[in-house]
Design a protein around this ligand. Structure first.
Ligand code: ADP
Ligand code: MG
Ligand code: MG
Length: 255
């Protein structure tokens, strides 16, 4: 079993207005085998949390800690975090001109495992994983995310998840922009990854829709950079009905 522990995390970003606090004392504990949904209104810091776990240089940790099995994640490079078993599916996956999906996956797998995957089984695994996600085999020779539709980008993120087999996966709005068929396919991919290994999932979402397909064990509501409420799956049902207004009461319109 592995455990990702986030303790009293304070994160800022540099903007024109100066150093802006985004995460203000966030704490979370995720064990392998568990699925945690992080929900919250737009701008509450969900993507900032994802990027901070992954090691994006734009986000500065002012205080607090992130550890994986007691190891200091914040002291690790981005590559080291991936090798340690952390994975991020981005809300807005980026294009990588000149790099095909095939080469990208192979390079990523080699970096994560510390050795190149066995050629025979690897190409079979890639083909099968693409088939499971109903991806056209032609995709393998396209440049990463170049001209991909929103749904194709999200499938490509889950393809990576299935092939890289991390310990803890952070999925940032993997549901956004998907029609119901694509949402099912992507959710099935996540559930397969959960079954194949003892994956821990941090499922970041604005909407409860995806939670019909990927069942959370815990739900955390993120508001203004901290956890405002926590509960089980029933909390997601309540959010579905009530929205986030109750957490934002007493605020000015401009906030
Ligand atoms: P969420 O994913 O919950 O919608 P984000 O983490 O993307 O929220 O953003 C939280 C807040 O931080 C927002 O007010 C956003 O404008 C600000 N923010 C996030 N990243 C940056 C950045 N790179 N530069 C400036 N502001 C940012
Ligand atoms: Mg957002
Ligand atoms: Mg976001």
């Amino acid at each position: 079993m592995s455990v990702l522990e986030i303790r009293d995390l304070h994160v800022t970003v540099e903007t024109d207005a100066g150093t802006t606090p985004i995460l203000n004392g966030l704490s979370l504990v995720i064990r392998t085998g568990e699925t945690h949904a992080i929900m919250g209104p737009n701008g509450s810091g969900k993507s900032t949390l994802a990027y901070t776990i992954a090691g994006h240089p734009k986000y500065t940790v002012q205080s607090g800690s992130i550890t994986l099995d007691g190891e200091d994640v914040l002291a690790m490079t981005v590559d080291e975090r991936a090798r340690a078993g952390l994975f991020l599916a981005m809300q807005y996956p980026v294009e990588i001109p000149g790099v095909t999906v095939t080469n990208f996956l192979r390079t990523a797998k080699t970096a994560v495992d510390g050795e190149a995957p066995a050629i025979r089984t690897w190409s079979k695994d890639v083909k099968q994983a693409m088939k499971n996600l109903r991806m056209d085999p032609k995709f393998a020779q396209r440049n990463v995310n170049e001209g991909f539709s929103g749904g194709e980008k999200k499938r490509h993120e889950i393809l990576q998840l299935e092939l890289l087999q991390p310990k803890i996966a952070v999925l940032d709005e993997t549901d956004s922009g998907l029609d119901v068929d694509a949402l099912k396919i992507v959710s099935e991919g996540v559930n397969r990854a959960k079954e194949a290994s003892d994956l821990g999932v941090l499922l970041i979402t604005h909407y409860t829709r995806i939670l019909r397909y990927i069942k959370p064990d815990y739900v955390h509501v993120l508001v203004k950079g901290r956890v405002a409420e926590e509960g089980g799956p029933e909390l997601a049902d309540r959010l579905e009905e009530e929205g986030y207004d109750r957490y934002l009461e007493g605020e000015s319109e401009s906030a």
